[in-house]
Design a protein around this ligand. Structure first.
Ligand code: R5P
Length: 271
């Protein structure tokens, strides 16, 4: 089996190949003048590596998988996972559709920190790897406090903090009266502390920017952001720096300037 890198994950695919000792296969990805995509893979078997951070990423991945007789799909960032159920009548459950397509073309699907259990439940047999210990490792030996921006990411921050051997907490919403809601860390005093907001995804940056504002108002010395998937849509990085975020640290599931940790070993160990 060879590693087939999709255009969304060229560096990570190379790293996985290096760590796993597999060769990189031959594949061509091109765009026709009208915008349509062309994919050619000159292999019969392969591990296709491609995050889904755009519609083009999705098409490239599906086309590449389809060419192979025997394929594994490594989707480091599984986009479309936030629509994991019907919130309003008539909505397409995007991750369910993706799961059906990917599992019809690949004998195994591997991802990293898919958005929710609900999203994972649409796959029959998904390997969902956890990169939170990697985030923890990055902060080991550093005197920081890790905070999840909401209760939903509590387990994630707990895992990262355990590896970093640091304190952790989550932001809790408390209703003060009919019109006022207070959002603060549940129990930790952040005054004078270097805080790291830990989340699975930073998309528009709204969640982290809001949390940073609150943490600074409570006297935090500095606030940084760490995530697995740095989607950073809509100039999110600028929004975060404008909100006083000191640094953004992410893995390479979405390859970008903030990818400072690699999930290559994690993935190589599972293929
Ligand atoms: C929410 O459930 C996720 O864990 C993230 O907090 C969310 O996706 C971040 O989105 P944004 O950066 O757009 O606020």
């Amino acid at each position: 089996m060879k590693i087939i890198p999709c255009p969304s994950s060229p560096l990570l695919a190379r790293r996985i190949a290096e760590v796993s000792g597999l060769d990189v296969g031959s594949a061509v990805f091109r765009r026709f003048p009208d915008g349509e995509l062309y994919v050619r893979v000159q292999e019969k078997e392969g591990v296709v590596v491609g995050s889904i951070n755009s519609n083009d990423d999705l098409i490239s991945l599906i086309f590449a998988l389809d060419v192979l007789d025997k394929a594994k799909a490594v989707v480091p960032y599984m986009g479309y996972a936030r629509q994991d159920k019907v919130f309003q009548e008539g909505e397409a459950v995007s991750i369910k559709i993706l799961a059906e397509i990917l599992e019809s073309k690949a004998e195994e699907v591997i991802t990293v920190n898919i958005h929710s259990r609900e999203a994972a439940s649409h796959f029959k047999n998904l390997k969902n790897l956890d990169a939170m210990p990697l985030i923890g490792k990055h902060f080991a030996e550093k005197d920081v406090v890790m905070i999840s921006p909401d209760k939903g990411s509590l387990e994630r921050v707990k895992t990262a903090a355990k590896r970093a051997a640091c304190e952790w907490d989550y932001m809790e919403k408390r209703r003060i009266d009919a019109t006022t809601v207070e959002i603060t860390p549940k129990s930790i005093d952040v005054e004078g502390k270097d805080v790291v907001i830990v989340d699975d995804i930073i998309s528009t940056g709204g969640t982290v920017a809001e949390a940073a504002k609150i943490l600074y108002s409570l006297g935090a010395k500095s606030v940084s952001a760490a995530c697995v998937h740095a989607v950073l849509a809509d100039n999110a990085a600028i929004k975060l720096f404008n909100a006083g975020i000191k640094d953004i640290i992410a893995t390479d599931t979405v390859e970008c300037a903030f990818s400072r940790m690699s999930v290559a070993e994690l993935i190589a160990g599972s293929i």
